[in-house]
Design a protein around this ligand. Structure first.
Ligand SMILES: [Zn+2]
Ligand SMILES: [Zn+2]
Length: 365
């Protein structure tokens, strides 16, 4: 079929919105007509060349829609199902899947920008187009492995559901699944964009006492307050870690870094108390290295951990996030600062680059 999609041909150049060919779903794959897709920072890393990926590629990994057609052997969804895309489609059987860490499974031993069988469904004439994260959601339609499309209840509005597929799951999951924050504990979050705001609301859900939000931008600190931060710190004014330690009698129990930068990861680490846990949520450029004081780890019994996709078990956790939203305990609507048609995707990324938005989304008709 012919579909409209946004293609990255060269780093540091605008995406090209054009018509591509999309093959039918093959064995174990589903075709999804998308309703919405989030404009996330991860795609931006590829656009700027900070993450290496083969081009041309259709980016996008945070999306929701309706299953239109299924390939042979599909038994996890059927046409008409409302689904949120899972950008870590998994195999179900490897040691990571078996122990409940499907995010660490690659699904198959093939490149992550192709289907599990190693071939592309997207083409332009004779040229194959790569599928970012086996998802490629900056397109009206996607073909994905069936484990990459998680059915959810139909009363969940599909225009908002996309954000549950990355930013909500990543932020809330980092607090609940990865750090396992206990009620009453003190939390700090560096970076109050789409993911950081979800760390804040995850901390609220977990019953954290003090929630300190750190950012350089006033508009993001205002969002942070709306999402439940109890204290805000403008990172442009003095030593952030020292101020956090002052505010919290020696440091927070849990620090979260939601930018993806070794300098702010170090700030987060230095803001924790002895025994504290630093969780790195932000995705740094590939060549960024972190240096910390080695003796501080044993002497202060500190922990640094990473979290990818909020350590999600997407088939359990995405429907769980939907339930929390539907019962009014998770904010998603207020994350959406702006909406754009696919044709305006480059404008949407300019706004993200300038830090103007919490999150913007693309709406497909
Ligand atoms: Zn994302
Ligand atoms: Zn697996």
């Amino acid at each position: 079929m012919k579909i409209k999609a946004a293609v990255l041909y060269e780093v540091n150049s605008p995406l090209v919105v054009e018509t591509l060919d999309l093959d039918d779903p093959k064995e174990g794959e589903v075709l999804v007509r998308l309703a919405s897709a989030g404009v996330c920072h991860s795609d931006y890393h590829v656009m700027k060349g900070e993450w290496k990926a083969p081009l041309p590629m259709v980016l996008g990994h945070e999306a929701a829609g309706v299953v239109e057609k299924i390939g042979p052997g599909v038994n996890l969804s059927k046409p008409g199902d409302h689904v949120i895309l899972n950008f870590r489609p998994n195999c179900g059987w490897c040691r990571y899947c078996a122990v409940g860490r499907p995010v660490l499974c690659n699904g198959a031993d093939t490149a992550r920008w192709m289907m599990f069988d190693g071939t592309a469904r997207l083409h332009k004439g004779n040229q194959d187009i790569n599928h970012f994260a086996r998802t490629a959601s900056f397109a009206e339609y996607v073909v994905v492995p069936q484990s990459g499309a998680v059915p959810v209840r139909e009363d969940m509005p599909l225009d908002k559901a996309c954000l549950i597929g990355c930013s909500v799951m990543t932020g809330v999951g980092s607090v609940i699944n990865t750090a396992k924050v206990e009620p009453g504990s003190s939390v700090m979050v560096i970076g109050c964009g789409g993911v950081g705001l979800n760390v804040i609301q995850g901390a609220v859900l977990a019953g954290a006492g003090r929630i300190i939000a750190v950012d350089m931008l006033e508009n993001k600190l205002a969002y942070a307050r709306e999402f439940g931060a109890t204290d805000i710190i403008d990172a442009g004014q003095g030593d952030t870690a020292a101020r956090v330690r002052d505010l919290t009698d020696g440091g927070v129990d849990y620090a979260f870094e939601a930018i993806g930068n070794s300098k702010t990861i170090l700030q987060a680490y230095e803001s924790t108390c002895p025994g504290g846990v630093t969780t790195v949520v932000g995705m740094a450029p590939e060549d960024d290295e972190l240096t910390i004081n080695a003796l501080s780890l044993p002497r202060m019994e500190k922990t640094i951990k990473g979290t990818w996709y909020g350590s999600a078990r997407p088939w359990v956790d995405l429907p769980k996030m939907v339930d929390l939203y539907m019962s009014g305990r998770l904010q998603v609507d207020s994350l959406v600062s702006r909406t754009y048609p696919l044709d305006d995707i480059n404008i949407a990324y300019d706004a993200l680059g300038k830090g103007e938005v919490a999150r913007s989304i693309l709406l497909y008709d």
